[in-house]
Design a binder for this molecule. Structure first.
Ligand SMILES: [Zn+2]
Length: 270
């Protein structure tokens, strides 16, 4: 499942490859993933010129001369830039571009391709429900977001309405680097611990971004990312030695999710 590092990498590549290019035609094989009728979607984007591509949380924002295309890969999928006469076998939405290339979008299960007319982005309900991009949040803003909040640190970080971008793949190593137990109550975090956590989020997500994201997702040309299982610190490494102290990593149940942690480096203090 793509998380923030993978989506940041896709947005960068798409921006580099697509900015300035013309969308000649649009085709849709999975109308259910759209927010508008197929005809409106196609009319909105056909002939538009791509201005740039960014991301907010796991949403890709393709800004064009006649509105916005918002993509969300859901549980996973591929966005591939291919010759128009050599399309992949499976695709859900396709943008035919200039230079005889197409952008083929496939969702493994279900994703979203939404069209928003120019000037109406604020009305779109899903991005509006997202908190700020986690990598754009300063330490001061992070402290403000945490102020007066109850509950444990892990569910707070995973709730996309607080902060957009942290998912299950990276949360374990973020908490390990911050030396925090997933169930540590927010009210017991010291100012020092908050600073450590803020730094750990950026460090862990950027470590993957620098490698092109996780190996199980592919770039626009079908090449897998360079962040591999062996790059993980404690995540999904039950029984393996903690990289800091050698204590075996444990897997515990935390609410409805599983957590991987070092019991010695990440004691529960609250
Ligand atoms: Zn340890």
């Amino acid at each position: 499942m793509p998380e923030l590092p993978e989506i940041v990498c896709r947005a960068r590549e798409m921006n580099e490859e697509l900015a300035g290019r013309r969308i000649r035609a649009v085709a849709v094989k999975q109308p259910k993933c759209l927010n508008v009728p197929v005809a409106e979607f196609a009319r909105g984007l056909s002939g538009a010129r791509v201005r740039g591509v960014t991301n907010r949380g796991k949403w890709l924002f393709v800004d064009t001369s006649s509105g916005h295309l918002l993509l969300n890969l859901g549980m996973g999928g591929e966005i591939l830039l291919v010759p128009s006469d050599d399309l992949p076998e499976v695709w859900r939405v396709r943008l035919d571009l200039d230079r005889k290339q197409s952008l083929s979008v496939n969702f493994w299960w279900f994703g979203y391709a939404h069209y928003i007319a120019a000037g109406r982005l604020d009305e779109h309900s899903m991005p509006a429900a997202l908190g700020p991009n986690v990598l754009d949040v300063s330490l001061a803003e992070f402290r403000r977001l945490l102020r007066g909040r109850r509950g444990a640190v892990k569910p707070f970080l995973l709730d996309q309405s607080n902060l957009a971008g942290i998912g299950n793949a990276y949360i374990h190593d973020i908490l390990f680097r911050a030396r925090l137990h997933p169930l540590e109550p927010l009210t017991s975090l010291s100012p020092k611990a908050v600073r450590r956590l803020h730094g750990a989020i950026a460090k862990e997500l950027r470590r993957s971004i620098a490698k092109g994201g996780a190996f199980y997702e592919v770039d626009l040309h079908g090449h897998p990312g360079g962040f591999r299982e062996t790059d993980l610190l404690v995540g999904y490494r039950e029984g393996k030695p903690c990289p800091a102290c050698g204590t075996p990593v444990v897997k515990i149940k935390t609410g409805s999710t599983a957590s991987f942690l070092c019991p010695r480096c990440q004691p529960l203090s609250g």
